[in-house]
Design a protein around this ligand. Structure first.
Ligand SMILES: [Zn+2]
Length: 72
């Protein structure tokens, strides 16, 4: 993943989209980048994984976050 892709996605997931928790680590949540995958989870149960190869348009990212929220 290039830095630009991450910069596009990170504003959507820095704060947990479900509960607004900004914290990661210490059991609060996790934000991880692995190859092309961005992973964000939170102690509230939110869990998001996104492959940037699917595209980094705002619409696609918002849709993926919406799907993650539905699955909670
Ligand atoms: Zn949360």
């Amino acid at each position: 993943m290039n830095g630009t892709d991450f910069l596009i996605i990170s504003p959507f997931i820095n704060d947990c989209p479900n509960c607004g928790n900004k914290l990661v680590g210490n059991g609060e949540g996790m934000l991880e980048v692995e190859n092309n995958m961005v992973k964000r989870s939170c102690k509230c149960g939110f869990k998001f994984e996104y492959d940037v190869n699917n595209g980094t348009s705002k619409k696609k990212i918002m849709h993926a976050i919406g799907e993650a929220l539905k699955q909670m």
